[in-house]
Design a protein around this ligand. Structure first.
Ligand SMILES: [Zn+2]
Length: 98
């Protein structure tokens, strides 16, 4: 079981208190009616699937209820960092290294 640190509650809590919310930092087009079908379907359906560090949205559903972002290594399943939604992705010194 993962222990995930909620950046708002500032405590590590068991994984069962959280819900995965997909890829983080996916920007909605500013004017959806101005993009073509390919760009719109790219926004709606296509997500990264990295082997290594992935930026993900999580929600502390059985805690504060807030969304936050998380850097997780998809190979080791280790949580590398959590940070508030809207904050820039932090730089990790050993990102990509195992
Ligand atoms: Zn929380």
């Amino acid at each position: 079981m993962l222990l995930i640190r909620c950046p708002y509650c500032a405590t590590e809590r068991p994984e069962i208190e959280f819900r995965h919310g997909g890829q983080a930092h996916v920007a909605r087009p500013a004017d959806p009616s101005a993009v073509d079908d390919a760009a719109w379907s790219e926004y709606l359906f296509f997500r990264d699937n990295p082997k290594g560090v992935a930026a993900e949205r999580w929600r502390h559903v059985h805690g504060c209820g807030r969304f936050f972002n998380c850097l997780r290594d998809t190979v080791s399943d280790r949580i590398l960092a959590t940070y508030p939604a809207g904050a820039p992705r932090p730089t990790l010194g050993a990102e990509g290294a195992r």
